[in-house]
Design a protein around this ligand. Structure first.
Ligand SMILES: *Cc1c(COP(=O)(O)O)cnc(C)c1O
Length: 360
């Protein structure tokens, strides 16, 4: 069997070119006679891999010098604790709840201090982004927290919240490198890489230097202190070495593709094909308020659970994998990350048209 069109929300599709390159280097990386998997992270060859990855990411995102880039482990979920442990100096933080990941982060932060939910879209199953232009932000809040792209529900902030001068912390796991960002608007940008960048096991944290201090909550484990990782170039202990190497290859691929401006154009074009179809379909419906639609995750339903199940089954047989919606919301979801080719989306829409004709 050849490669399928993989619409998984994560771990997700990676550029074929990157996978082939990694395969070619599997037994002998760059004349070292070993795989990157077998290499000491203290070696010159590995130092060059991680340094190049960081430099390329800085270039792609135009990351200012007063931000550190950390390659950590524990997934995005570990940041749910690490953020309050390191940033809650006043033990206060304000959270905007736009889905399950934001809610989990909020619940975790409550273990460490006074986390408040200052806005939520739970009333309509997280199908929109609340108005964040004038929120009741605590004067003593250490930060305001958002999940910028909601992987499960398919919403994305088109404008960032007005934090009234407070530090913005954003989980960008499922929109990482999908379009340009102004890093200076954030105190912390972080994401697990398995959605849009690389293999699960790496989380990237981009953090403004003044937020990295020794002054963390009592009992914060050494491994959960940003300062330890920043002071040691993400090598306080053994980093997720092979995963970082693949991320580095994806950064090179993105540069070759024209960088984040070009990716944005590419992603808008892909998403438009699918949304345009959904908007005129008599069978399929998008579930998200149009103004808040994500470019990366596109949930949709037929309105009938049986038809949804039939669609997912027939799509799979036709080579469209992982279209089933998240277990908590049902329906379907097509994740169309950077590495999903436009042909994949076109083929999916053709398949949906055919299914619609056959099931009217
Ligand atoms: C997948 C995802 C997470 C959880 O990531 P893990 O690496 O499994 O902890 C958190 N936030 C968002 C937005 C996600 O898409």
């Amino acid at each position: 069997m050849g490669r399928v069109y993989n619409f998984s929300a994560g771990p997700a599709v990676l550029p074929e070119e990157v996978l082939k390159e990694a395969a070619a280097e599997m037994l002998d990386y760059n004349g070292t006679g070993m795989s990157v998997m077998e290499m000491s992270h203290r070696s010159k060859a590995y130092q060059e891999i991680i340094d190049t990855a960081e430099a390329d990411l800085r270039e792609l995102m135009n990351i200012p010098d007063n931000y550190k880039v950390l390659f950590l482990q524990g997934g995005a979920s570990q940041q749910f604790a690490m953020i309050p442990m390191n940033l809650m100096k006043n033990k206060k933080a304000d959270y905007i709840i736009t889905g399950q990941w934001a809610k989990k982060a909020y619940q975790e932060a409550k273990l460490y201090g006074d986390a408040r939910a200052i806005a939520s879209s739970e009333d309509k199953t997280y199908s929109y982004i609340p108005d964040c232009s004038d929120l009741d932000i605590d004067e003593d809040a250490d930060y305001v927290y958002i999940c910028e792209n909601n992987t499960i529900y398919g919403t994305k902030y088109k404008t960032l919240p007005n934090t009234k001068g407070k530090t913005l912390v954003a989980d960008v796991s499922s929109c990482f490198l999908s379009e340009p960002v102004d890093v200076t608007k954030y105190g912390v940008i972080y994401g697990g890489v398995q959605k849009n960048i690389g293999p699960a096991g790496v989380v990237i944290v981009i953090i403004r230097e003044d937020l990295i201090t020794e002054d963390v909550l009592p009992g914060t484990p050494t491994m959960l202190r940003y300062k330890i990782h920043a002071d040691n170039g993400s090598m306080y202990n053994t980093p997720p070495a092979y995963g970082i190497y693949i991320c580095g290859k994806v950064f090179k691929w993105l540069k070759k593709m024209g960088g984040l401006e070009a990716m944005k154009e590419h992603n808008e074009k892909k998403a438009k094909i699918l949304y345009d179809f959904l908007d005129q379909s008599k069978l399929f419906k998008g579930t998200v308020e149009p103004k808040d639609r994500s470019l990366m995750n596109v949930p949709f339903v037929t309105g009938s659970e049986e038809l949804d199940a039939k669609f997912v089954k027939e799509a799979k047989a036709a080579g469209f994998e992982n279209l089933k919606g998240h277990r908590t919301v049902g329906g379907m979801r097509a994740s169309i990350y950077n590495a999903m080719p436009i042909e994949g989306v076109e083929a999916l829409v053709q398949f949906m048209k055919k299914f619609e004709e056959e099931n009217q």
